[in-house]
Design a protein around this ligand. Structure first.
Ligand code: ATP
Length: 206
């Protein structure tokens, strides 16, 4: 079971403080909504949580069954879907799925065919990802993140490029497959985090 602890976490770019003194404990099964206006620092916090960029001060600890995970190992315990995260588009869908799941295990009980069905992409398995519509790409990115067998799932603007049906699909996906995992959602749209157990507004940490 993974527990995440943020202690006095602050981030600054040059002279600009993005957030200061964030304290938080996330237990398995919790869902944190990170809200705030454009430019408030939602993506920055997510990237700090993912270890993609460093924090300026404080500590972000991943504690697995009582043991702290080294910074360099944290990526093994998380998956990320975000608008700024590109997938290799020269692959066909099947190739990309196989490539991704060489590095992360598929959730137990889910096969590649199940995944394609759930993403409504079965008919497109031989198509290059470069030829996907923006909504198809978004379902794919969400699928790769949610169906990776990791205890922490990070989602930035999860319904961008999804239509109303896609938003419903996303909500069902989370309610079925969050399981006992920790979820972080950066969003300004309550439909993306209505299931959240915790919510922070980054304006409160300036
Ligand atoms: N690499 C960087 N170097 C300098 N400043 C940065 C960098 N990345 C982000 N920023 C600044 O940090 C602030 C927060 O940006 P961030 O992308 O985290 O906001 P956001 O809340 O996710 O915004 P949006 O809702 O528009 O996606 C902005 O002022 C941005 O210009």
């Amino acid at each position: 079971m993974l527990e995440i602890q943020l202690q006095e976490v602050s981030k600054r770019f040059q002279y600009e403080w993005i957030f200061k003194n964030l304290n938080l404990i996330l237990y398995p099964g919790s869902a944190l909504a990170i809200t705030g206006g454009n430019g408030s620092g939602k993506s920055t916090l997510l990237k700090c949580m993912a270890g993609v960029i460093p924090i300026t001060s404080g500590r972000i600890q991943f504690i697995l069954d009582g043991k702290e995970i080294d910074d360099g190992e944290k990526y093994n315990y998380l998956s990320l879907s975000a608008p700024y995260l590109e997938v290799p588009e020269e692959f066909t869908l099947s190739e990309l799925i196989r490539f991704h799941f060489k590095f992360k295990k598929l959730l137990a009980g889910i096969s590649e065919n199940d995944l394609l069905e759930i993403l409504f992409l079965t008919a497109h398995r031989k198509k290059k990802v470069a030829q996907f519509s923006s909504g198809m790409k978004q379902r794919l990115k969400l699928g790769l993140a949610v169906f990776s067998d990791v205890p922490l799932v990070l989602l930035d603007e999860p319904t961008s490029n999804l239509d109303q049906k896609g938003v419903q699909w996303y909500q069902d996906l989370i309610s079925r497959y969050q399981m006992n995992r920790t979820l972080l959602v950066c969003s300004n749209d309550p439909r993306e985090y209505e299931f959240s157990t915790h919510k922070i507004a980054l304006e409160d940490y300036k």
